[in-house]
Design a protein around this ligand. Structure first.
Ligand code: HEM
Length: 122
């Protein structure tokens, strides 16, 4: 970890983010709290978009090419508990990849503000 390093670099750049996203989605598909929501979703496509998104929000060189979070999750009826479950799954994936908790917390902190767009239901 260099002093000039962005969160993107701390996460292991493209290869590291790729592993985080792939592992997260495997955990999500086993997670009884949220797996149902993804049963008809093209997971390969979702993985590609999440990689772009995580890269961009961590200060990497990618640009997210998907739909905005509000539009995407409208009609999914995502609850606050489900949002928290997904964030927890991202954290579990990072923990298993031996990413330090300070770096884990930084990524989670950048995902947290998306909650207001993703969760409509109170
Ligand atoms: C930190 C939280 C989350 C992030 C960053 C996130 C991010 C994304 C992204 C980038 C996409 C792809 C957008 C596109 O298709 O253009 C997506 C799609 C989707 N998300 Fe989320 N999401 C989050 C939470 C959730 C939760 C909690 C649920 C449900 C339990 C959920 C359900 C879905 C579903 C079902 C799709 C696929 C929509 C479709 O292809 O029709 N998401 N999400």
């Amino acid at each position: 970890q260099t002093s000039s390093g962005s969160l993107y670099e701390e996460l292991g750049s493209d290869a590291g983010i790729s592993r985080i996203v792939d592992d997260t989605l495997l955990i999500v598909l086993q997670d009884p709290r949220i797996k149902e929501a993804f049963k008809d979703v093209n997971m390969k496509r979702l993985a590609g978009l999440l990689k772009e998104q995580f890269c961009e929000i961590s200060g990497g060189p990618c640009r997210y090419s998907g739909d905005d979070m509000k539009l995407t999750h409208e009609g999914q009826d995502v609850s606050s508990a489900q949002f928290n479950a997904l964030a927890e799954d991202v954290q579990i994936a990072m923990e298993r990849l031996n990413i330090s908790s300070s770096v884990q917390n930084k990524l989670i902190a950048r995902l947290a503000p998306m909650k207001r767009d993703i969760v409509i239901r109170k």
